[in-house]
Design a binder for this molecule. Sequence first.
Ligand code: NAD
Ligand code: GLY
Length: 371
Amino acid sequence: MTQKTDSVRVALGARSYDVRIGAGLLARAGAEIAPLLRRRRVAVVTDETVAAIHLDALRAGLGDIEMTALALPAGEATKGWRQFSRAVDWLLAEKVERRDIVIALGGGVIGDLAGFAAAVLRRGVRFVQVPTTLLAQVDSSVGGKTGINSVHGKNLIGAFHQPALVLADIGVLDTLPARDFLSGYGEVVKYGLLGDADFFDWLEVNGPALAAGDREARQFAVRRSVEMKARIVERDETEEGDRALLNLGHTFCHALESATGYSDRLLHGEGVAIGCALAFELSQRLGLCSQEAPSRVRAHLQAMGMKVDLADIPGDLPGAEALMALMAQDKKVLDGKLRFILARGIGDAFVATDVDTVTVRAVLEDALRAR
Ligand code: NAD
Ligand code: GLY
């Protein structure tokens, strides 16, 4: 049975765009992208792993649109100045002009880097996101946050630059390793937890089918996640307020990613899942939600075979004080106060600006003690 393609509009005035979601979009890329083109030529930035599996399919899908491509090394280490300047220089050498289109084909690393390259190239060219990981389809390809990492921390150099179109081909997720799929699933669960209790209920029932490859379930989960992100980004494009809700679990996550050196020890979405569990534990201890809420969060993550506890992170971790210091480095620090996303229950998150650090420390100490 062929599935229909879903379309979610991100309504941002002159910067509005569609997120197309469905199987077979790579094969139809030419028809989808053609209306954006002034000349029939595109420049693709991808990574070596994705290039080996999916670049030929994109080339075929583009038909008579001329395609030139740069494949960067796969992995988070690519998201730094070195590969960024390589990409920008390559785009200039390929004579990409102001009215051309850059395509980002890959996961969040490529989407963030290529999007940032497009943002600064000739003071801004349009780009199309073709996300190939679950994480990129439900989160990083939508909303226009682009950037790279610095030695001072993650995503500290960047720009808001909305894509002109997003093509989320559900079929490409078939080749994603199970660990990367589950990492992306951490961001999917986040949407249910932050604002849609019914979606979380649905995930509790359908999560295993999703992980096993059910395309219909995958398409629904991607669409619902994108709809939620689109509505939040429309309200608050540059994160002055509500957009911070998308950072549920991220304050803990960023400290843990930093403590593990942004390495294979902890993938971003894995850190988000652990961070969500900790954020619900913190919310419960602050008397904001019932004990049932953190228990349900943990139970679902465990049922999916995901990392849930600090004990699931291999190798040593620093103590609670050092983790607190890493949190203080986070971009979510405002006027010296730690901003946390807390919850009154599943599907009911809110931004808290003045969180009691004694309770945060206690949550971390207990989590570390359980290792
Ligand atoms: P990633 O881009 O490194 O991809 C993970 C791995 O999967 C890579 O090795 C990649 O080569 C491989 N891969 C990608 N697609 C594949 C496919 N279809 N088949 C087989 N292998 C495939 O990582 P990610 O998890 O997609 O993204 C993480 C990045 O996203 C982080 O840098 C994070 O900061 C960023 N992020 C950005 C935003 C945003 O709003 N801009 C939001 C969330 C995360
Ligand atoms: N991933 C968080 C955001 O896009 O705001």
